[in-house]
Design a protein around this ligand. Sequence first.
Ligand code: NAG
Ligand code: NAG
Ligand code: NAG
Ligand code: NAG
Ligand code: NAG
Length: 339
Amino acid sequence: MHTLSKLFLAALPFTTLVGAHHHDRSKSRHRHPSVRRQSNNRTYSVQDFYQGEDFFNDWDFFTGSDPTGGNVAYQSQSDAQSKGLAYVDDCDNSTVLAVDSTSTVPAGGNRDSVRITSQKSYNGGLFVIDASSMPVGCSTWPSFWTVGPNWPLAGEIDIIEGVNDQVTNQMTLHSGTNQTCNIEKTTGNSTFVGNVLGSSCYSTETADAGCGIEDTDTSSFGYGFNNADGGVFALLWDNFVGMSMWHFARADIPADLTAQKPTPSTWGAPAGFWSAQSCDISANFFDHQMVIDTTLCGNWAGGTAYSQSGCPGTCTDMIANATNYVDAKWVINYVAVFQ
Ligand SMILES: *[C@@H]1O[C@H](CO)[C@@H](O)[C@H](O)[C@H]1NC(C)=O
Ligand SMILES: *[C@@H]1O[C@H](CO)[C@@H](O)[C@H](O)[C@H]1NC(C)=O
Ligand SMILES: *[C@@H]1O[C@H](CO)[C@@H](O)[C@H](O)[C@H]1NC(C)=O
Ligand SMILES: *[C@@H]1O[C@H](CO)[C@@H](O)[C@H](O)[C@H]1NC(C)=O
Ligand SMILES: *[C@@H]1O[C@H](CO)[C@@H](O)[C@H](O)[C@H]1NC(C)=O
């Protein structure tokens, strides 16, 4: 029951990318695999490396009202930068995306935050984020995800997501084109480590739970992630094999990834895996842009999940108190896409 309501609320229902680029879908669709390989053991090379002072040149700031109903006012690039909510730290080249932790906001009001979208879109590859810290605390709902145009038609891939005092990461696929996209194995000897929360990826605006897998490692989310000095999340999107996701705490990051020559087939079982044998990947996921955001309360963090968490009072009471948001920030060492 807990899992079901959490799942139902977990989805990002109206992920309309206001101001986002729209792409011609004909390029990428219907490249249905004719040969299915068992595994992809190749070594990947850097395609795009987002880091340091150049980071914000390649991402757009979303300024619409939060499609997930959160109590946030998403800031433009100039406002976010002048308010100190988006900056590159000169000391270590990290990119910081913060929630306002100084202003008083009326209960039920919107607190300033940031949501950014990569200008470039992708149809596969190895997507990596290295962060030393993620937003934590009651009412927060941070996410690193990818999404295609016309949600849910081109799908959504949630790589990092969770709310409030959640202790492990939740990874979710939302397919919108083909109802036969499913997680193949659900128990025991599965080819991934995490726990399946729901096996049907098909999502609509009114039934948008998707197929989620919960990591089992408490360093994969929230305070546990930050206490491990953060780490790395990787999505390997292979149209022939499927979607694989890993999390590595900082001490366990594979040397080949640090060397920027990753061979994911050597990394061991992923935390989550969605097989191309049970989901037509290229039909359901295409032209994805990456998104990094922190929303507050809203459809998931503020709903039943808030009252079921160990958090005090109500979610909107939390919003009013600026000191709750001192640690509600992403500190990102880099985002990279390898091909
Ligand atoms: C990679 O996979 C291919 C096809 O399965 C196989 O022929 C090849 O030997 C593998 N290479 C390595 C280094 O494992
Ligand atoms: C910081 O990021 C820039 C890209 O904006 C890169 O050229 C530079 O090498 C990075 N510096 C360090 C110390 O990593
Ligand atoms: C959905 O995927 C299945 C399996 O790949 C395929 O047989 C079917 O034609 C697809 N349906 C649509 C509407 O694309
Ligand atoms: C997984 O377990 C099932 C029975 O629980 C068995 O039929 C199947 O062969 C197993 N698969 C693998 C790859 O071990
Ligand atoms: C604001 O939040 C801080 C930290 O959670 C707490 O110590 C403080 O009592 C709160 N203040 C009010 C007025 O709620």
